[in-house]
Write a protein that binds this ligand. Sequence first.
Ligand SMILES: [Zn+2]
Ligand SMILES: [Zn+2]
Length: 122
Amino acid sequence: MKRFGVSLPRDVADKVDRISQEMGVTRSEVVATALQEYLEARRSHAEPGHQCLGVVMALTDAFSEIGDVIEENKAHIVAYTHLHVEGRCLTIAVVKGAADQIEKLTLEVAKRSKISRYVPLL
Ligand SMILES: [Zn+2]
Ligand SMILES: [Zn+2]
């Protein structure tokens, strides 16, 4: 075990507290479990020469909020679709490319969306 302090946004810290109470485990255990999942999800991206293949989902008020990101990243977008859910725009894109390019793409999408997710397929 190694100890180190981390600063968390208040709402995140409150959620960690709630989960630790509900599950009867320590805060450290909640954080360690979450971090392990994060590290596992990133693991394959760190392998040399890794090509990402995954699905990006983004919920926005209008397609124009992420339209330029889609346009700028055309080379990495295999296909995408756009539909309307609860009055909002849901864009689903299959993306493929070098890990750093896909990471940049997903960060740009995340910045402009209400909610976004990247689901790796490889
Ligand atoms: Zn990847
Ligand atoms: Zn739309």
